[in-house]
Design a protein around this ligand. Structure first.
Ligand SMILES: Cc1cc2nc3c(=O)[nH]c(=O)nc-3n(C[C@H](O)[C@H](O)[C@H](O)COP(=O)(O)O)c2cc1C
Length: 269
């Protein structure tokens, strides 16, 4: 992680260079986080996992309200706040939702061709085991919101995804697991949940206590996919031009883990 330069003291060429560097660096507002708070934010980001194994139990209403409040603090295009949350507690409805996911899981497996069997071995949801099930929907009437969406209408989905990520990180900070399930036919869910025309479900969020968090993405543990080296995904000036930002790093260390990029300041032991 970058260190934030402290103001230069003293005189001479070294101080002048330092002062120039400080001047070039962004100012440090007094609301900036201290080291512990900053480390906690990075810890939540690095240790958040998509969870599919849950320990049953409950999420107390106060915590759930806090998590949803965190979601509602998300940025949104034109401040449109397109997210709506449906909390499903009814077991029969949950079972219907699980069946919808199972149908789509089988369709997905078939569509995957060669990887069908491998996919079928993966656990892709925890709908019946999670303490809470939240369905995130895009609201109806989104066509009225043009600000930031005239050429990119999908910014509503991007905004709702920000809300989900907030919830995910806040849940991790609370010691609760969350899994995002998107294996479903949106029309089927819209009908099961009585959505108005124009509204659209985008996520089934399984949320609740877990026995432990996976140490790395489950799809990586199961060798379905692995995290790509960040240095291969960052370009300078135009597509495909490798960024010099990572030149000074040991490439094997950087490729092995993004944690290497954060250095020992990034994550508390
Ligand atoms: C938009 C979105 C949809 C997802 N849908 C599913 C899903 O249907 N089933 C599932 O098991 N995981 C789903 N995931 C979780 C991803 O598989 C997971 O984020 C990825 O493997 C990386 O793991 P991590 O979240 O633990 O870092 C989804 C994630 C996102 C962001």
């Amino acid at each position: 992680m970058e260190t934030i330069p402290s103001p230069a003291v003293g005189a001479g060429p070294a101080a002048a260079t330092e002062a120039a560097a400080s001047a070039a660096a962004a100012p440090r507002p007094k609301q900036a986080f201290g080291p512990e708070a900053r480390a906690a934010v990075y810890r939540a980001i690095f240790e958040r996992r998509d969870m599919r194994h849950f320990a049953g139990g409950k999420v107390d209403p106060e915590t759930l309200r806090r998590l949803l409040t965190a979601a509602h603090q998300a940025p949104s295009v034109g401040f449109m706040q397109p997210w709506r949350f449906i909390r499903v507690q009814d077991r029969a409805l949950r079972e219907k939702l699980r069946q919808a996911v199972e149908r789509e899981r089988l369709e997905t497996a078939r569509a995957l061709g060669q990887r069908e069997d491998e996919f079928m071995r993966l656990k892709v949801e925890g709908l019946l085991d999670a303490a809470e099930l939240l369905v995130v929907c895009l609201a109806d009437g989104r066509e009225r919101h043009v600000f930031g969406r005239r050429t990119l209408p999908q910014m509503d989905l991007a905004s709702a995804s920000c809300a989900i990520q907030n919830l995910w990180l806040a849940a991790r900070a609370e010691g609760l697991g969350m899994g995002w399930v998107s294996l479903f036919d949106p029309a089927e869910l819209a009908s099961l949940l009585g959505l108005p025309p124009g509204a659209e479900p985008i996520a089934l969020l399984c949320l609740g206590p877990v026995h432990e968090f996976y140490a790395e993405p489950m799809l990586q543990q199961q060798r379905w996919a692995s995290r790509q080296p960040l240095a291969e995904l960052v370009f300078d000036e135009g597509w495909g031009q490798a960024s010099t930002l990572f030149d000074s790093l040991d490439s094997s260390a950087a490729a092995a883990s993004d944690v290497a990029i954060l250095g020992d300041q990034g994550l508390p032991a």
